[in-house]
Design a protein around this ligand. Structure first.
Ligand SMILES: C[S@@+](CC[C@H](N)C(=O)[O-])C[C@H]1O[C@@H](n2cnc3c(N)ncnc32)[C@H](O)[C@@H]1O
Length: 254
């Protein structure tokens, strides 16, 4: 427990905006008085598995996919039959948001390194019996895990994911994500920490590389060639009590 209390990103009291509060009421079926206690209880269990800042800060309560400019296109495409992969889905809030917005669950797959996060997602959103989305635990660096996913998807969402790795591992991840896409017209989108001046920082004892739009595009082009278009932009958000740079991106297979 000491690790939890000492971590710089750990916030004790849930900060839940009106939209998310309504989601916990409509989707999960919680009464207003239950929301904070429930969210904190499940969050604390997940945080003990691995202390990701998005868990410590309760930012998993933000629907990061729905906040991207291309969300309505993504939603419509999935409704029309496109298959989407949520890579590093953690508790799976973005998957529940898609389903709540009318996307067919059978067109959605969630993956994460930690089976525990998938299980805590069921507990957080109270839908183990009813959610028909397919979840699978596996490591993005494990080739046998790739076989089940390669060439199966029209859309890949990588939210707060690619930035978890150092420069060389990000290249491996980008190479693999491109292989998940089935055909031309496929798209890959996401958001993550960014930096006007690209740099490696140490987080949780390991190096993670932060991009600006040019360095992100350069890495993608270097790894995957020119048969993709890529738009990326930096933006600022108040996060963990300071103005923080994020990078959002959308990549399309030409
Ligand atoms: C920071 S969380 C992002 C969660 C979610 N996508 C979001 O935007 O809120 C990163 C997730 O990636 C998963 N992850 C980390 N390393 C991984 C790996 N090698 N393969 C697959 N998933 C991994 C973690 O378990 C964690 O749930």
């Amino acid at each position: 427990m000491a690790m939890v209390e000492n971590n710089e990103f750990y916030v004790d009291v849930p900060c839940i905006d009106c939209t998310t509060r309504k989601f916990y009421s409509d989707y999960v079926g919680l009464v207003p008085d239950e929301v904070e206690t429930h969210v904190k209880r499940v969050r604390d269990k997940a945080y003990k598995i691995y202390p990701y800042p998005c868990l410590g800060q309760y930012s998993f309560n933000e629907f990061s996919l729905a906040m991207l400019p291309d969300y309505l296109e993504v939603l419509q495409r999935v409704k029309d039959g496109d298959k989407i992969l949520d890579l590093g889905c953690c508790l799976g809030q973005n998957i529940r948001k898609l389903v709540a917005d009318g996307a067919p669950p059978e067109n959605i797959v969630g993956t994460d390194l930690q089976q525990d996060f998938i299980n805590f997602g069921y507990e957080m959103y109270g839908d183990q019996e009813k959610l028909k989305v397919s979840f699978t635990a596996g490591d993005i660096f494990n080739e046998s895990f790739h076989q089940t996913l390669t060439g199966h998807f029209d859309i890949v969402f990588a939210g707060n994911f690619i930035h978890l790795f150092d420069y060389n591992d990000q290249k491996r991840v980008m190479r693999q994500i491109a292989k998940f896409i089935r055909e031309k017209g496929g798209m890959i989108l996401g958001q993550q920490l960014g930096s006007t001046k690209p740099k490696e920082i140490i987080w949780s004892g390991r190096g993670i590389y932060l991009h600006n739009q040019e360095s992100f595009k350069q890495m993608w082009d270097e790894v995957n060639g020119k048969e993709w278009s890529l738009d990326a932009s930096l933006y600022q958000l108040e996060w963990a009590n300071s103005q923080t740079e994020f990078l959002r991106f959308v990549i399309r297979k030409l």
